[in-house]
Design a protein. Structure first.
Length: 466
């Protein structure tokens, strides 16, 4: 049986519509559950708009003052929790306009002169995104600071550096953490770049074609902190590139957080034992009393998929939309706001885990002594000391690794006589080169893991990033 229609026409366009929407449409159409968080930006944009209308003598100064006073009262009501939201009024714009009419009467209708909900929501979302970008940058900076604090404490802690998740070469734990500092710095610059490109005002574009009123778009743009008005009215109301750009940047943030979370899960496994996460970021098992599960890290790893999914969802939504505004674009905010909220939560959790984790230096050092992580240094010594071509040195080192594997010992535990079976000119100096601390210290190339390089990198990051 078909559901009954709502016979009450919407007051906003009731002059043309004699009946209300079907029940299903009345349920799918509202967005107030999502966009009510835009109240502050909506009021901010309206205040700038009404001030401009008065300055351009489109409305009287008296009416502008009445509207402005009413808007400020509405903001106070919302922030005090006294404001009532209802799906019947669809979105934040209609809620504010309806309440304004209750407060000041028919003059409230003048607020919407020379604008549309299309340029209104586009303005609101850019203003909101500006605040969000500041919050994200601050959260990323806090995570970098936590990583740098840990790095400063571990400029002598040796970690098994890996490729393919297999032991590769010894590195400093601080050097490993600094890699994430750099990743998160790139995330910050991407978000900053998106913010610069976003910093144009859609207000005054109206529905799609501009307006017949003598408005001053430069005035409202300046009042709202934008660099300039957007140049094309169609583009102004239909552009969501900046949301997609921010979601793309957030997807990279999420991916970086997920990679770090995965490493923390691996490091905290008792079979590895490189770090210990405290009770604050772990949970137990309902059946196994001994368990300490790295749930916070796992949730970060899991939530990253939702951020990447939000990017895909909006790209798919936008890919076939003709100009200008389409109702599909109302769906941009649901995934976008969720991604912003989740990313900030993930950053807070990761910052807490990094600051809170206890590093087991001796366990890391013992792990680095297994797996022949100094093999490359042996080959390099043959090249640099005996002038052997690297490929030949690589081959000779492989023979020594095979010998050490058979003897179940490290390369540095082979006797000089055994070393000389692959090349008679090897001397005792080889053992100095094979010491893990020396393997690390000799990697002085720019960006390398040598302690002096790492300490300099920490100092630079603190100066330039924090």
């Amino acid at each position: 049986m078909a559901k009954k229609k709502n016979t009450k026409a919407n007051a906003l366009w009731g002059g043309h519509f004699s009946a209300g929407p079907a029940a299903a449409f009345a349920e799918i159409n509202p967005s107030i559950d999502v966009d009510q968080r835009l109240y502050r930006e909506d009021i901010q944009g309206s205040l700038a708009h009404v001030e401009m209308l008065a300055a351009q003598k489109i409305i009287s100064a008296k009416d502008a003052a009445s509207i402005s006073k009413g808007l400020k009262q509405i903001q106070a009501e919302i922030e005090s929790g006294k404001f009532t939201f209802t799906p019947a009024l669809e979105d934040i714009h209609m809620h504010i306009e309806a309440r304004l009419s209750e407060l000041i009467g028919a003059v409230a209708g003048k607020l919407h002169t020379a604008r549309s909900r299309n340029d209104q929501v586009a303005t609101d979302l850019r203003l909101y995104s500006r605040h969000a970008l500041r919050a994200l940058d601050a959260a990323l900076r806090e995570l970098q600071a936590a990583l740098l604090v840990q790095a400063e404490q571990h400029t002598a802690t040796i970690l098994p550096g890996m490729t393919h998740l297999q032991p590769a070469q010894p590195i400093l734990f601080a050097h490993h953490l600094l890699a994430y500092v750099e990743m998160f710095q790139r995330d910050r610059t991407r978000l900053e770049d998106a913010g610069l490109r976003m910093n144009e005002s859609p207000l005054g574009a109206a529905a799609l074609a501009g307006t017949t009123y003598p408005i001053d778009r430069a005035r409202t743009a300046k009042a709202l902190g934008f660099a300039a008005p957007m140049r094309n009215s169609l583009d102004a109301v239909s552009d969501r590139d900046y949301v997609i750009e921010i979601l793309a940047a957030l997807s990279l943030v999420a991916m970086h957080l997920s990679r770090l979370a995965e490493e923390m899960i691996f490091w905290s496994n008792p079979l590895v034992g490189f770090i210990r996460l405290s009770d604050a970021f772990t949970s137990g098992s309902s059946i196994m009393p001994q368990k300490r599960n790295p749930d916070a890290a796992e949730l970060i790893r899991g939530k990253s998929g939702g951020i990447i999914g939000a990017l895909s969802a909006l790209l798919i939504t936008m890919k076939s939309l003709p100009l200008a505004y389409n109702k599909d674009m109302q769906e941009d905010k649901r995934a976008y706001f969720h991604a912003l909220d989740e990313t900030l939560l993930m950053l807070a959790a990761m910052t807490g885990m990094v600051a809170d984790m206890r590093v087991h230096k001796d366990t890391m050092r013992r792990a680095a002594s297994r797996g022949f992580l100094n093999a490359t240094d042996l080959a390099d010594w043959l090249v640099q000391t005996l002038a052997i071509p690297f490929r030949e040195a690589h081959h000779l080192t492989g023979k020594l690794v095979l010998l050490a594997e058979k003897k179940k010992c490290g390369l540095e535990e082979l006797s000089l006589k055994e070393m000389q079976t692959v090349h008679p000119k090897i001397t005792r100096d080889i053992y100095h080169a094979l010491a893990l601390e020396n393997c690390v210290a000799r990697r002085k190339s720019e960006g390398g893991t040598a302690p002096e390089r790492v300490r300099a990198a920490i100092a630079t990051a603190k100066k330039e990033y924090l």
